[in-house]
Design a protein around this ligand. Structure first.
Ligand SMILES: [Zn+2]
Length: 408
């Protein structure tokens, strides 16, 4: 039997789809939001319905972590080291760590899964209700039942040489339609394979996440075919001179090769210029920023104000523990706030919720508190009283992750 209807009342309600509401109320029915608004309006439209008071909390939609790699959680020691000298150095370190022969593969597998489970549990504790994970090993798919939210698991294809494309496409064609598949980046997945992956994602209506413009070395490679990434690829026997070069950076690369549309999720977007932001806006492409990872790797910070000015609301992602010492969307908001003082707390909260829902194609269910959406509502206790909507949002971001939180 369904629980009886109740009006939940809190001193503040942050719907994201509209400004904060003082003395707010919402009604939940069968796991969905039935009504959201001012308490006095809600009780008037729901006469006789019991009221449950939550006197010390605010209501917020669940957070969304739009980019991570759970299978790297056991490499947390990497991001505790001093930052590597360059992005390419970090890739070399990461590959070496992943390749370290484990004495017992079964025990190693268990160790990796245990670390990933701990990250998932922490995400839940921090109020995350949807995660997009990218995996080379399929670990994510085995963890789905352990996360009380939406865990989107993307299998990542990495093949840069032209002579490896056909075998990869054959493997792709054998994937069940229910599997999400994607490419890693323009410098690590051959353009023909990226095209095959994107065509499949479009046919199935899947989101297509791809790392782009994370480092200046990537842009140098895409423009000139040179630089430290070229040296790295050559050294590993991955360079075969088939990477199509051109002006205009990584977004332009996606555009030139038909990879840019409203289901493309461009992860990082640190080294992009104005005309590329215009392209992102024109094609309705989505953007996910990973400020914590970018800060650790010292690759600079994405032009978030320019994105917002062009009407693009980015999502936020933590990336993995191998490049970010702490996986918390609250901390991602604080890092952005520190680096970009012009951003408002309302902008940051919208990125962490609605931006993520848009990016993952989940905006019909998550991202805001609106009737008919999922009742993925966080009830968060602020440590100090806040008098204005601005104070509430500011405090929430500064304390988030450290304050008591439960799901309604
Ligand atoms: Zn990543």
């Amino acid at each position: 039997m369904n629980p009886p209807l109740a009006v939940h009342r809190a001193p503040w309600l942050l719907p994201i789809s509209q400004p904060p509401i003082a003395d707010g109320g919402l009604v939940i029915s069968n796991g969905k939001l039935l009504a959201v608004g001012r308490f006095r309006d809600i009780v008037r439209s729901h006469p006789g319905v019991a009221v449950i008071d939550h006197p010390d909390v605010l209501f917020l939609p669940g957070l969304i972590n739009a980019h991570t790699h759970l299978e790297l959680s056991h490499l947390a020691h990497l991001a505790k080291l001093p930052a590597p000298a360059s992005f390419t150095e970090w890739i070399i370190l990461l590959i070496a760590e992943r390749a370290k022969a484990a004495g017992d593969p079964e025990a190693e597998g268990k160790r990796i899964a245990t670390a990933a489970r701990a990250v998932l549990a922490a995400q839940q504790q921090h109020g995350v209700v949807a995660i997009a994970d990218i995996s080379n090993t399929g670990l994510c798919s085995s963890l789905g039942n352990e996360f009380k939210g939406r865990l989107l698991c993307f299998s990542e294809y990495l093949r840069l040489r032209a002579d490896a494309v056909n075998a990869a496409l054959l493997r792709l064609h054998a994937e069940p339609d229910s599997n999400y598949c994607t490419g890693h980046a323009p410098y690590s997945t051959h353009v023909d394979l990226l095209r095959g992956l994107k065509a499949r994602a479009n046919r199935l209506g899947h989101v297509f996440p791809i790392h782009i413009a994370e480092s200046s070395a990537e842009i140098e490679l895409l423009r000139s075919g040179g630089g430290e990434l070229r040296d790295f690829l050559e050294h590993r026997g991955l360079w075969d001179d088939t990477l199509p070069l051109g002006e205009g950076g990584a977004v332009n690369y996606l555009h030139r090769h038909g990879l840019l549309d409203r289901r493309t999720l461009c992860i990082h977007c640190v080294h992009i210029v104005g005309e590329e932001i215009d392209l992102l806006a024109k094609f309705g492409a989505k953007v996910c920023l990973c400020p914590g990872s970018n800060a650790y790797l010292g690759v600079d910070s994405a032009p978030v104000e320019l994105l917002l000015r062009r009407g693009i609301l980015p999502a936020l992602g933590t990336d993995s523990l191998a490049s970010n010492p702490e996986l918390s969307i609250w901390r991602e908001m604080r890092i952005l706030a520190a680096l970009h003082p012009a951003l408002s707390p309302a902008n940051l909260l919208a990125m962490a919720t609605l931006g993520g829902a848009n990016a993952l194609g989940l905006a019909d269910r998550l991202g805001t508190l609106e009737p008919s959406k999922d009742a993925a509502v966080l009830a968060i206790e602020l440590r100090a009283p806040a008098r204005t909507a601005g104070e509430v949002q500011e405090q929430l971001i500064q304390q988030g992750g450290g304050c008591r939180l439960h799901r309604l």
